[in-house]
Design a protein around this ligand. Structure first.
Ligand SMILES: Cc1cc2nc3c(=O)[nH]c(=O)nc-3n(C[C@H](O)[C@H](O)[C@H](O)COP(=O)(O)OP(=O)(O)OC[C@H]3O[C@@H](n4cnc5c(N)ncnc54)[C@H](O)[C@@H]3O)c2cc1C
Length: 485
């Protein structure tokens, strides 16, 4: 434990953010760095509570948080780094964009502000890179077996990194020009600068992971091609099929899925070419974002930076409470209202608003008709809504962004051709070793779990890698005994 009674002496201090008027002029990260002296104090707030729910119940990666904070408090940064990376392949991503499930389950959070775990992790990994502790360390031994990982989002990268460190030869395929999945093409730079993704990819390359980019597996290369070259395949193509809205006028120009909009802005910042006729921009427009979640808030921050005239974010569900409600008691992730950095920059949020219709002019969206709704529990106990009479309203709008979540992995030729089974939610079905219904083909991340969080994608990637290792070891054992499959 750091300082006995530190939690009684020191208050939680969150990081500062760049001034709104400055940060709206660019797409640079908005969160500012805390000094190590402050991190030292914050680390002293960890109570060493005895039953660290942050580690066992909050963090999907089971980060060993009490030990980390103790090491930081005692200025033993390199050991803290060793502990951190022993359970997390990419702390530089999670320490920047994780909602910090660990903090929601911190014991100190029962009657005080929880410890600032995410910031402590960020300080550790930042020093790891800046002080040069993190250098390429290719594996000492190399096995003959080769693994193809399809998709370079956090799940695919985690599978690849874990297998490479164990000594397997890994090739990561991605249909995009650059690796990173949603880290690169979905999450805006103001939350995660792409330099952070590039630095990790370089480290992975230097350690021996190979990347084949701009290749859509299934279309550009077949499963037979992979089967002849690799001993196992891992599908980690994400969950990108967006939920659509079925109302009159949906097909009008000016109504787009959130990801089409966010991916384009990220490509623009990377200097990738956008054809004039494909351009989606909020500049000078009134924008309505349908969907009150995180993807919607990323659209809000992006639209404000593109100098939208006015931005609204409509959510059909009721406004969550400020305080932790009874239905999500500690140490669960609380169902409370969240205000992202983008919400602090502008725009107007409204809850209990349903969209009824879009109308247009010359094929382009011109206005949106909405209605307020009220929610109640139906006979089966499930929440249901009904329109509030007389609350219909129309608004002029030039850009609508649909941000209502994702319904599944979408089309994938390999899955179709091999008849790989799906689960009841439409995700790829996997067994306890993360193998799909086809021998030697595994699935990791959102593709198998549904759209979730970066921390869960990394955790799932690690477990999938261990399933692949078990599979290859078993196969190798059989081969040695002359039982070649
Ligand atoms: C806009 C947005 C913002 C988010 N913000 C956060 C956040 O702040 N914090 C957080 O924790 N989580 C966030 N998430 C969720 C998080 O990003 C995802 O849960 C995570 O990226 C899932 O990782 P993945 O590797 O499974 O899939 P993805 O990141 O989606 O990567 C899948 C990759 O597979 C590739 N691919 C697909 N099919 C093929 C194919 N046939 N051939 C070759 N390549 C293929 C794709 O090009 C892509 O690169 C956000 C999600 C979105 C959409």
């Amino acid at each position: 434990m750091g300082e006995i009674g530190g939690f009684l002496k020191y208050c939680r201090k969150d990081p500062e953010y760049r001034k709104v008027e400055d940060r709206l002029k660019d797409f640079d990260p908005v969160e500012m760095r805390q000094f190590d002296s402050e991190i030292h104090i914050q680390a002293a707030r960890c109570m060493d509570c005895g039953t660290p729910f942050c580690h066992g119940c909050g963090c999907p990666l089971a980060t060993v948080i009490p030990e980390l904070t103790d090491l930081v408090f005692h200025d033993r940064w390199q050991e803290a780094l060793d502990v951190l990376i022993s359970t997390n392949n990419f702390p530089e991503f999670t320490a920047r964009i994780c909602p910090a499930l660990c903090e929601a389950s911190c014991v100190l959070g029962i009657n005080d502000d929880p410890a600032t775990i995410r910031q402590v992790e960020l300080a550790i990994i930042r020093r790891g890179f800046v002080d040069g502790y993190l250098q390429p360390r290719p594996p000492v031994i190399r096995y003959d077996e080769k693994i193809a990982v399809i998709g370079s989002g956090p799940a695919g990268l985690s599978v690849a990194d874990s297998l490479n460190r164990t000594g397997y030869c890994v090739t990561v395929y991605d249909k995009s020009k650059n690796p990173g999945g949603i880290l690169r093409y979905g999450i805006p730079d103001f939350k995660l600068g792409k330099r952070i993704v590039d630095r990790r990819i370089k480290l992975m390359r230097d350690e021996g992971v190979m990347f084949e980019l701009g290749i859509t597996v299934g279309d550009d290369v077949s499963y037979n091609y992979l089967k002849n070259r690799f001993d196992a395949v891992c599908l980690s193509g994400g969950s990108r099929e967006p939920r659509d809205i079925s109302v009159p006028g949906r097909k009008l120009k000016g109504i787009y899925f959130a990801m089409d909009y966010l991916v384009q802005q990220n490509k623009r910042l990377e200097g990738e070419r956008i054809e004039k006729e494909d351009e989606i921009t909020a500049e000078g427009k009134t924008v309505v974002i349908i969907g009150g979640g995180d993807t919607g808030s990323d659209c809000l921050g992006t639209a404000l930076r593109q100098r939208a005239n006015k931005v609204y974010q409509f959510e059909i569900m009721p406004k969550p409470p400020e305080e932790r409600p009874e239905n999500t008691p500690w140490p669960m992730w609380p169902n409370v209202i969240r205000e992202s950095s983008s919400h602090k920059e502008g725009g107007e949020r409204r809850w209990c608003v349903a969209t009824k219709e879009f109308t247009g002019e010359n094929g382009k969206v011109k206005s949106i008709r909405c209605v307020e709704v009220e929610w109640s529990h139906g006979h089966d106990g499930r929440m249901e809504f009904k329109e509030k009479p007389g609350t219909d309203f129309d608004m002029d709008v030039q850009l609508v962004l649909l941000s209502m979540g994702f319904v599944g992995p979408g089309r994938n030729r390999i899955v179709e051709d091999l008849h790989i089974e799906h689960d009841s939610k439409g995700n790829i079905k996997v067994n306890e070793n993360h193998m799909t219904s086809v021998d030697g083909i595994f699935a990791a991340g959102d593709m198998a779990q549904g759209q979730s969080l970066v921390v869960r994608a990394i955790a799932d990637g690690r477990m999938t890698a261990s399933g692949i290792v078990q599979y290859l070891e078993k196969k190798r054992g059989k081969n040695v005994n002359g039982n070649k499959q």
